[in-house]
Design a protein around this ligand. Structure first.
Ligand code: UTP
Length: 273
């Protein structure tokens, strides 16, 4: 099954970047010559995605605007003979962008649900707006390659081996050693949200890249908000795993950086400069 659609939930408040995020979405902070979100859109394009849906909140319209065509600006650049700048602006011309709103920040799962009516394919990529991968192959390409070894009716999530003392910050997956046909693809037996290190079934943390089946959109409305008061995508996948849907993990190679914290952003800035 060809993966062509991706949802990018970027409606969060970005409280860890306040007061900056009062006026500038953290997704537009620069990394090299591009904002963070452009690196994520590049990752989608690299993996063959042609349809991207941003889930934004009011005031974050500058995120989709970055990618929309601007005929007046293009005409002016052409008039001034700035062909190299025109090329850069036209690089998104083969991607269809769409935007939906999340009116209340009720969690990443709730954000994704706002894109339900836009979804046309049976498998959809989800990329959180603050996790970046730096390496020979992007996180989504690795996930897509692993997904090709499944029969297409389950989910694949990105995993990272994390230090045991950090399990309380992540969803943690327990995997089986069943042969899946690909060394990168592991069958998940169970997932637990933010366990204490002594209770964690493994040190495989769930990070911000997913390929989910369309059926997840029927389950998300049934998810009750957890202890954080948020509706989380991971809770929908835990429900689906319990009812027999296969969920796989893919331990991605390369360096993952959480640009959602000032410290993580500083690391990313050095890496991408
Ligand atoms: P985070 O947990 O990093 O939340 O969300 P946040 O609001 O961006 O940042 P902090 O924690 O307040 O500093 C992970 C991803 O899910 C999106 C965020 O935009 C981010 O890409 N998200 C989160 C939503 O789109 N809506 C939500 O209600 C929550």
């Amino acid at each position: 099954m060809k993966l062509t659609q991706a949802i990018l939930p970027v409606a969060g408040l970005g409280t860890r970047f306040l007061p900056w995020t009062k006026s500038v979405p953290k997704e537009l902070l620069p990394l090299g010559n591009e904002p963070i979100i452009a690196h994520i859109v590049d990752e989608c394009m690299d993996a063959g995605i042609t349809d991207i849906c941003f889930v934004i909140s009011k005031g974050k319209e500058s995120i989709p605007q970055y990618f929309y065509e601007d005929p007046a600006l293009e005409a002016e650049l052409a008039r001034r003979g700035k062909s190299h700048l025109l090329e850069a602006l036209k690089r998104y011309k083969n991607v269809n962008f769409h935007t939906v709103y999340q009116d209340e920040q009720l969690g990443d799962g709730h954000a994704i649900l706002q894109a339900k009516d836009w979804v046309k394919s049976d498998a959809i990529a989800v990329l959180f707006g603050d996790d970046l991968f730096h390496g020979a192959e992007s996180g989504l390409v690795q996930l897509r390659n692993a997904y090709e070894h499944t029969n297409g009716n389950g989910a694949v999530i990105a995993l990272e081996n994390i230090p045991r003392e950090l399990t309380k910050k992540y969803g943690i997956a327990e995997i089986s050693d069943e042969d899946t046909g690909s060394p990168a693809l592991k069958k998940i037996i169970s997932m637990v949200e933010k366990p204490e290190p002594e209770n964690a079934p493994s040190t495989l943390g769930i990070v911000g890249r997913y390929i989910i089946p369309r059926s997840t959109f029927d389950v998300l409305p049934k998810v009750e908000s957890g202890h954080s008061g948020e509706i989380r995508l991971i809770d929908a996948l835990i429900m689906q795993l319990k009812t027999g849907m296969p969920v796989y993990g893919c331990e991605c190679t390369g360096k993952r950086i959480d640009t959602g914290t000032p410290e993580g952003y500083k690391d990313a800035f050095k890496l991408f400069s």
